[in-house]
Structure formats: C-alpha cells, structure tokens
Write a protein that binds this ligand. Structure first.
Ligand code: SF4
Ligand code: SF4
Length: 282
C-alpha cells in the first residue's frame, strides 16, 4: 500500500500532478490522500521532495493470505478480426490446470467489433469470458490494454493468469505484472500444478536452452506466465459448450492511451504468421 506521512506532507500537490490515474489528491485537510485506484506505480513517491510517500510491500519472508485468489485466466489475444491461435492453446492447458485446481477457467477478450469470438472461446473450454468490446481498443496499446487487464485482475483476483508469448503478450503482460507487484515467468514451455501445495510450476528454457528451469511464485498473486505459441495443445472445440459471457465497459480514462495510432496498414505477409505454422519449408 502507499503510505502517506501526514506529518511530513506539505500539501504541495506535486504527487497529484504526477499521478496519471487520479489516485492521489490533496484535500481541504492540507495533506495528500490516496484512493483505491492506486496501482502502486511509485511515480509520486519519486516526485515527492519531502519524502512523505512510501510504498509498503510485504517483506520477502512474509506468507500472505491467498485464500481470496481463485480461478485460472487466459488472455485471449484478438487481432485483425480473429482470435490468435495461441489463445486456443492457452485454453487447452488452462482447462487442465483449472480442472486440477477445481476452479473455473476464464478468458479475457479485448478489442473492437469482437463478433462471436467470445462464444468461440467458450467452445474451446472457457467457463466464462470477460468481453471488453470498445472502439478505444481497436488498436493495441500497452497502456489501454494493460489498464483494462489490470483492473479486471484487481476486481476478481484470479490465482493464475496466462498469456501468449507473442509480440503483444510480451509487450504488455510485464506491465500488468509490474502494476500488480507480482512475478511473471516469460516464455514457458510447460505448466503444471504442484500436488502438495497447488502452486503453478512454470518451466522454461534457461541459459541459452542448456537447462530447463522450473519457477514458482510463492509470495505474490496472481501467478503469471507467458507461453510460447505452438507448444501447448489447443483445447478440443465443442460448439455445444455453454459458458457465461460478461460484458465489461471500462471507464473512458482507463482506455485513453497517450499513444495515438494514426493508421494501421497490413502488408500481404501480415496475413500469414509463420510462428503459427506447423511446418516451415525454407
Ligand atoms: S508531493 Fe509529497 S508533500 Fe507534496 S502533497 Fe504530495 S505527499 Fe504531500
Ligand atoms: S503510486 Fe502511482 S498510482 Fe498510486 S498514487 Fe502514486 S502515482 Fe498514483
């Protein structure tokens, strides 16, 4: 949490001007007050010249209470009018993990004009889809996509969050993990649940691929991983599956990115992603 030393605070308002989230305000009482949308980004801490602000995190040895964190989530990437194939692969491994933990599997779908994509995610194994269909999300930006995913995770507290190690996933998932103050294992090739304590075992190549490292996230939640495309097996499609589709309307300020996409031009080659090919003939 963000701690404000009201004895030191001189009410200068620098923190208020620094915070892009509108999470800290100087009120009539003459000192700064933080509200619940603070992301603990730390910008105001660096800006406060009298040292009145500090972020307090649990000490490394502390065992936090994670009983309020439950469920497996998949970020379902949607680009150029379709769900990325890695999303179906994530649903395949996510379904196994969720069944083992005996929790629901949810997908987060963001974009504009999403059509029947949410139902397709249900057919591939999602029990619930958070659908954020907003014109402001028509083009990917780290800021807007990161804000929306961060807000959803803060509101629902999933235990595990998986995303594809694609250009988009690699770009904004670390931002979300940083905002949440949790760990992220990138480029996983295996995921499993440790039977004795239910922790996610996240395995990835390390030291140039010479060893396989298995990483656990013991002290923070959610446990977050990006997964390489074409490594996991996609879930089996079942058009008769039923699931819940939750429409989410983010606040305008949360999807108002400072980056403005003027135009996006697809080259012919962009329609074929060789990362998704099973065989490449060179
Ligand atoms: S920048 Fe520091 S001194 Fe100024 S209002 Fe914020 S907390 Fe108080
Ligand atoms: S830590 Fe970040 S989000 Fe929280 S009040 Fe400070 S600047 Fe705003």
């Amino acid at each position: 949490m963000l701690h404000i030393d009201t004895e030191l605070c001189i009410g200068c308002g620098v923190c208020e001007a620094t915070c892009t989230f509108g999470a800290i305000l100087v009120g009539d009482q003459g000192y700064a007050v933080v509200n619940e949308i603070c992301t603990l980004c730390g910008s105001c801490v660096d800006a406060c010249e009298v040292g009145a602000l500090a972020i307090e995190r649990p000490a490394a040895g502390d065992q936090a209470d994670f009983s309020g964190w439950s469920g497996v989530w998949v970020y379902a990437e949607y680009r150029n009018g379709r769900v990325a194939p890695v999303a179906y692969e994530l649903l395949g491994i996510g379904r196994q993990l969720a069944d083992e933990r005996q929790v629901p599997l949810s997908a987060v779908l963001m974009g504009s004009g999403l059509g029947g994509a949410a139902q397709e995610l249900v057919a591939y194994g999602a029990d619930r889809v958070f659908q954020v269909d907003d014109p402001a999300l028509a083009h990917f930006t780290d800021e807007a996509y990161g804000n929306v995913l961060f807000d959803l995770i803060q509101a629902h507290h999933p235990e595990i969050v998986l995303a594809g190690a694609t250009a988009i996933g690699r770009s904004f998932i670390p931002r979300v993990a940083t905002l949440l103050g949790t760990g992220l294992t990138a480029d996983c090739t295996q995921l499993a649940i440790r039977p004795e304590d239910g922790l996610l075992l996240q395995t990835r190549p390390a030291f140039g691929g010479n060893i396989m490292a298995t990483i656990v996230c013991r002290r923070t939640r959610p446990q977050m991983s990006t997964v390489r495309p074409n490594v996991m097996k996609a879930g089996v499609r079942d058009a008769s599956r039923r699931g819940e589709i939750v429409n989410v309307a983010p606040a305008a300020a949360r999807v108002a990115a400072r980056v403005k996409v003027v135009r996006s031009v697809l080259e012919d080659g962009d329609q074929v992603n060789i990362c998704e090919a099973e065989i490449v003939i060179a």
